[in-house]
Design a protein around this ligand. Structure first.
Ligand code: HEC
Length: 137
C-alpha cells in the first residue's frame, strides 16, 4: 500500500527538474571591463588599439579593436566578435588567442547580436562584446 503512495511524489520530483533553467541563476559577478582587462588587454591593449604588452612577441599582430565598426560600414559586428571569442573555446594551441573557456561557462542570457534572433549566450561573452563595442572610435 505504501509504495503506491510514494510513486506520485517521485513523478512530481522528476517533472520539476526541467524547471532548473540557466536563466534563473544570478547575474555574472564580473563586468565586461574586468573580463576585458583579464583576458584581452595583454594583447589588444587596454584601449583596444592592438598595443598590449604581449603584442610585440606575437607572430600575428593583435587586431585593433577600436576600428571594427568603421571597417564594417559603421555597424559594430557583434556576432563576428562573439564568434571570434566563442570559436576559440577548446581550440587552445591552434591559433594565437587563448582558450576563453571560463568566459563561456556560467549563466546564459537571451541575446540578439543584430541578426534579429535571440540566442542563449553566455553573459560574460555578451558583456565583453558590449565593452568592445564601447571602445569603437
Ligand atoms: C594572446 C593574444 C590575444 C589575446 C589574449 C586576445 N586576442 Fe584577440 N586577437 C589576437 C590576434 C593576434 C588577432 C589577429 C589574428 C587572429 O585572428 O588570430 C586577434 C583578433 C581578434 C579579433 C578579430 C578582429 C577582426 O578584425 O575581426 C577580435 C574581435 C578579437 N581578437 C577579440 C578579442 C577579445 C574580445 C579578447 C578577450 C576575450 C581577445 N581578442 C584576446 C590576439 C589576442
Amino acid at each position: 500500500m505504501h509504495h503506491f503512495h510514494r510513486l506520485p511524489l517521485l513523478m512530481i520530483a522528476a517533472l520539476a527538474l526541467p524547471g532548473c533553467l540557466p536563466q534563473t541563476k544570478p547575474a555574472a559577478q564580473t563586468t565586461g571591463a574586468q573580463d576585458y582587462a583579464a583576458y584581452c588587454s595583454a594583447c589588444h591593449g587596454s584601449g583596444g588599439m592592438g598595443d598590449g604588452e604581449l603584442a610585440a612577441e606575437l607572430a600575428k599582430k593583435p587586431a585593433n579593436l577600436t576600428g571594427l565598426s568603421a571597417k564594417n560600414g559603421g555597424t559594430f559586428p557583434t556576432t563576428r566578435v562573439m564568434a571570434q571569442i566563442w570559436g576559440y573555446a577548446g581550440k587552445k594551441g591552434q591559433d594565437v588567442m587563448p582558450d576563453f573557456g571560463p568566459l563561456l561557462d556560467g549563466e546564459l542570457v537571451l541575446y540578439d547580436g543584430g541578426a534579429g534572433t535571440e540566442t542563449p549566450t553566455p553573459t560574460r561573452l555578451v558583456q565583453i562584446a558590449e565593452y568592445v563595442k564601447g571602445l569603437q572610435k
